[in-house]
Write a protein that binds this ligand. Structure first.
Ligand SMILES: [Mn+2]
Length: 224
């Protein structure tokens, strides 16, 4: 992934518990502004220039119960690849930023979502390691102008940048719109659980005691 231009990620001014992030990301290919709030659901505000992709991101926000305000412009005259991938990068980075340092979250979750004949499953581990396993046999190359093979690129960028493990499967279905929408909804439901705060946890739910590289390095500093 070669990128040029400026990338800025940073938490908005916030209290210790606010799980929000704002990402602005501009390259020669895309220009993205994204605000995320994991704890205060709101009507999604999504505009990417690709109608079906807006529909999917809105479903992710609505069923994931997180507020998403996203304005993305891209070189759609080339094709949709840069824009879809870069939105995945920005959203993944925002999730990781919003989680902050207190990683007492449920971490593991899975969910199924049906949509008519289609059924999808998402299994998530917010582990600190980005990984995607994706299996979806989608017969149509486009849905409402959206290039269906780019769904995988979006999920990969999301998983890598949020540093989470995603296993996504479309288990059945015939209609491509239904299949992809079921997958986004399953992911939304799983994320809602996995990202939920569990303050009853005395420590981060990891046998290593760390769910991020920065925690592991803090541990090293404490030791020395
Ligand atoms: Mn739909």
């Amino acid at each position: 992934m070669t990128r040029t231009g400026a990338e800025k990620t940073g938490a908005a001014p916030q209290g210790p518990q606010a799980r929000r992030a704002h990402v602005e990301r501009k390259t020669r290919e895309t220009d993205i502004r994204l605000s995320l709030d994991l704890d205060h659901p709101a009507d999604p505000q999504v505009s990417t220039g690709i109608g079906f992709f807006d529909h999917m991101l809105s479903a992710l926000s609505t069923h994931g119960r997180f507020a998403l305000d996203l304005r993305a412009k891209g070189d759609l005259h080339v094709d949709q690849h840069h824009l879809v991938e870069d939105v995945g990068i920005a959203l993944g980075a925002a999730i990781r930023e919003a989680l902050g340092k207190d990683l007492r979250i449920r971490r593991f979750a899975h969910a199924y979502a049906p949509l008519d004949e289609a059924l999808a499953r998402a299994v998530v581990d917010v582990s600190g390691r980005g990984y995607l396993r994706y299996r979806a046999r989608i017969r149509r190359s486009k849905v409402g102008g959206f290039e269906t093979e780019l769904a995988r690129e979006f999920f990969l960028a999301l998983a890598v940048n949020a540093r989470m493990n995603l296993h996504l499967d479309v288990l059945r279905g015939r209609n491509a719109h239904h299949q992809i929408e079921a997958l986004f909804k399953a992911l939304a439901l799983a994320l809602r659980d996995a990202l939920a705060v569990d303050r009853d946890l005395a420590a981060v739910p990891s046998t290593k005691g760390a769910l991020s590289e920065s925690q592991a390095r803090q541990g090293a500093r404490r030791r020395s």
